[in-house]
Design a protein around this ligand. Structure first.
Ligand code: GLN
Length: 297
């Protein structure tokens, strides 16, 4: 890429660079990146392909193409990701929302039947995609969004603001459910919803570079097994859920039988079920706090 180029040629070389870097969707991504760097709509690129691009505009294009070439996720470069029809700002402080996480929302709403004043808790809110989406759909609820990372909570708050629900959510920083202990919600929570970290240590090296090298490790990596956070959530949620209250957790591929067995062994839950995503993977586990159970109390 030289000092001045036509938009069309620039687009073609960006596509070639991204393709060589192993990006499968190179043509599409090149269009999105150029449009974003030049503040144009992607469909405007074709009609202006003879236009020269130089100086600062060219430098902006080269910068975003180089970032993507080094496999930085497209969403961090563009600064956003769509989730449940809403646009979420994302930075490297937060996990990029995934389409399969929409199932978590769907299932919580399907199972929930939440009445006025219900208490909902999103553990590991990250970008805030779960809590913010729920807050835009439900009203009259008390929604808590928790995360261990201060930077993530700032991004999540910004997203809530953007979608007009900032005041509908109580933001708390700390380890898993522990910040809730300062609120009188023990035995009174109607639903605990979480997309916890669920990558096992042995899987780490094999992840796509976009994920492994750029997304926050603490949002992804669970420990040797991959189900360490599910285990803690199963144990700790019992203190907070009202009898009949829901625990809804996202799962990694192949984890459903293990997590289900864990919940059975820990006890205190009924109605255990898993829900498959569009790829046929058991993606969500739903459990209800039992009214009475072996480990109740
Ligand atoms: N709740 C956020 C999401 O589902 C972040 C989850 C996480 O960081 N593990 O995208």
């Amino acid at each position: 890429m030289s000092d001045s180029q036509s938009l069309g040629k620039l687009l073609a070389s960006a596509q070639q660079i991204l393709g060589k870097a192993g990006i499968t969707n190179a043509a599409q991504e090149a269009r999105w990146l150029l449009a974003s760097a030049l503040e144009m709509k992607p469909h405007e690129l074709a009609s202006q392909s003879e236009q020269p691009v130089r100086d600062e505009r060219l430098a902006r294009v080269l910068s975003v193409v180089r970032r993507r070439e080094s496999r930085e996720p497209l969403q961090y470069i563009l600064g956003s990701q769509e989730f449940c029809g809403l646009d979420f700002s994302v930075t490297p402080a937060v996990l990029i929302p995934r389409p399969e996480t929409e199932l978590l929302i769907q299932e919580a709403l399907r199972e929930g039947g939440f009445g006025e004043g219900a208490v909902l808790v999103d553990i590991g809110t990250g970008s805030g995609c779960v809590a913010v989406t729920l807050a835009t759909i439900l009203s009259g609820m008390r929604i808590f969004a928790l995360d261990c990372a201060h930077d993530a909570l700032s991004v999540a708050r910004g997203n809530a603001e953007r979608h007009g629900v900032r005041d509908k959510i109580i933001w708390l920083q700390g380890d898993l459910l522990s910040p809730l202990r300062e609120y009188a919600v023990a035995g009174a929570v109607d639903a605990i919803i979480s997309n916890p970290p669920y990558i096992a240590e042995a899987e780490w090296a094999g992840l796509q570079p976009e994920v492994r090298d750029y997304e926050p490790q603490h949002a992804l990596l669970a420990g040797p097994q991959g189900i360490e956070f599910h285990e803690r959530l199963i144990h700790d949620s019992k203190e907070f859920l009202v009898p009949g209250g829901l625990l809804v957790m996202e799962l990694g591929q192949g984890q459903a039988p293990l997590v289900r067995r864990m919940a059975e062994e820990v006890g205190g839950y009924t109605g255990l079920q898993t829900v498959k995503d569009e790829a046929g993977i058991e993606r969500v586990l739903i459990a209800r706090r039992a009214c009475e159970g072996p480990a109740h109390g």
